[in-house]
Write a protein that binds this ligand. Structure first.
Ligand code: DC
Length: 427
């Protein structure tokens, strides 16, 4: 089954774009907001305040919701189709209020998961990528400026004959955004591995095209990761044993990728050794010449290497690396460029590619130091891979966002790891 999760604030066009994608891909579109609206509507119709968590929770056992998917989603509340009755501004506010109640979220959880279990779905809401479908094939966080969203909702309501002003729609939108993103349970925030898509300047077709393109690319990335996982399970332990590799600073490996790993560069085997201790796939930039060596080509392709032409400023390779980061993968860069084991790190000139990537993808950097005796590899020589503390994007750019300044921060972090390894070794 393929699952697409679309989260984001109200009015970002989630439902229109999801409907369009569903019809193009022949998927089922699940509008989860309608479920919260139905609960809000039920409470209002029974004279229960949607803010009164206790009363709402007590009344939940009376709420019977079922969904039917024809060419659209039909929602039945206690046997009766609700239609547009749940689409008024009053019910929008009631839905927002009840959606902050944990019992309501728990009550609606299975309904949402059951549909996904049996179907290819595109599901929109606020917590689809974070809570309902944490393993979705593609997670999009769709957003647009509050003004752009309010304008869309205003046009929609006017077209339906509502008598609203733009100002009232905007202020209600701001209030709901605040409620939905600051509530304690399942707040409307992007999943760590969601792709942020700002569609302020994209129309409906353009947004759908973009998401379908992202789905195709993400599926290819997922396939590569699955293949990598199998290889890792087979080969990582033997590689660690054969080359005496130890991992230091395991606690610094973040739970999610979307980062750049920057390491000193000793030899050709660096990527393999780092990968042998890293629990998820790392993508590497490898010089294009390596792709012409028959056996090596197979290995580095399976490892997910990105082809780099070092004779030019290879923007295509950097673009590919940035795309991997967008898809939640970690990219490894050796800022020293050439392998230069004989020269101390302090005396090498760090290249700015990693800084360029970090600045463009606005992503953190994980510093790594490969320690081996005399900066050389040799049979039976131990290799320690030291993982440093993650440098968040904000920290990398605290002195300015110029590439030289970011490069300096990365350089300092790797040197600090080297110093601390030396100190520990001397003890
Ligand atoms: O998407 P919508 O405007 O129809 O959603 C109505 C309300 O329901 C919204 O204020 C937030 C809430 N909601 C939620 O908390 N979680 C979801 N998955 C979907 C909607």
């Amino acid at each position: 089954m393929t699952h697409i999760a679309i989260d984001g604030p109200g009015g970002a066009g989630k439902s229109s774009v999801s409907k369009l994608i569903a019809s193009r891909l022949k998927f089922i579109y699940v509008d989860t907001g309608a479920l919260y609206r139905a609960v809000g509507y039920y409470m209002v119709s029974k004279g229960i305040s949607p803010e009164d968590a206790e009363a709402v929770t007590a009344a939940l056992s009376e709420v019977k919701i079922s969904l039917k998917f024809t060419d659209k989603q039909e929602l039945y509340l206690c046997g009766e189709e609700v239609g547009d009755k749940i689409r008024t501004p009053e019910i929008s506010m009631a839905a927002s209020a009840v959606s902050a109640i944990p019992a309501v979220r728990a009550f609606l959880l299975d309904t949402q998961r059951d549909i996904a279990e049996k179907n290819n779905v595109i599901m929109d809401g606020r917590d689809i990528g974070t809570v309902i479908l944490p393993n979705a094939d593609l997670k999009i966080f769709l957003f647009a400026s509050a003004e752009a969203r309010a304008k869309r909702r205003y046009d929609e309501l006017i077209a339906k004959g509502s008598n609203v002003t733009f100002e009232s729609v905007l202020s209600e939108m701001n209030e709901r955004d605040k409620n939905d993103s600051t509530r304690a349970t399942a707040p409307c925030i992007p999943a760590e591995d969601a792709i942020l898509l700002d569609n302020s300047n994209l129309d409906l077709e353009g947004t759908a095209d973009k998401i379908i393109e992202l789905l195709e690319k993400k599926k290819a990335v997922n396939k590569l990761e699955r293949r990598y996982k199998i290889l890792w399970k087979l080969l990582a332990a033997p590689v660690r044993f054969l080359f005496g590799v130890r991992l230091k600073g395991k606690e610094n490996i973040p739970a999610h990728d979307r980062l750049i790993v920057c390491s000193n560069h000793i030899g050709l085997r660096d990527p393999v050794l780092i990968s042998s201790v890293y629990p998820r796939q790392l993508r590497f930039l490898a010089k294009k010449e390596l792709f012409s060596v028959p056996l090596l080509r197979g290995i580095i392709t399976a490892l997910g290497a990105i082809r780099l032409d070092r004779s030019t400023a290879d923007t295509a390779a950097l673009k590919k690396a940035e795309e991997c980061i967008t898809f939640g993968q970690a990219v490894t860069v050796f800022p020293q460029g050439h392998r230069n084991p004989c020269v101390p790190i302090e005396e090498t000139n760090f290249k700015r590619g990693a800084a360029f990537l970090a600045a463009h993808a606005k992503c953190p950097v994980l510093p790594v130091y490969i320690e081996t005796k005399n900066r050389k590899y040799g049979l039976f020589r131990r290799v320690n891979i030291h993982i440093g503390e993650l440098l968040p994007y904000e920290k990398l750019t605290e002195n300015g966002s110029g590439y030289d300044l970011i490069t300096k921060q990365i350089f300092n972090a790797i040197i600090a790891l080297e110093k601390s390894a030396e100190e520990k070794g001397a003890k």
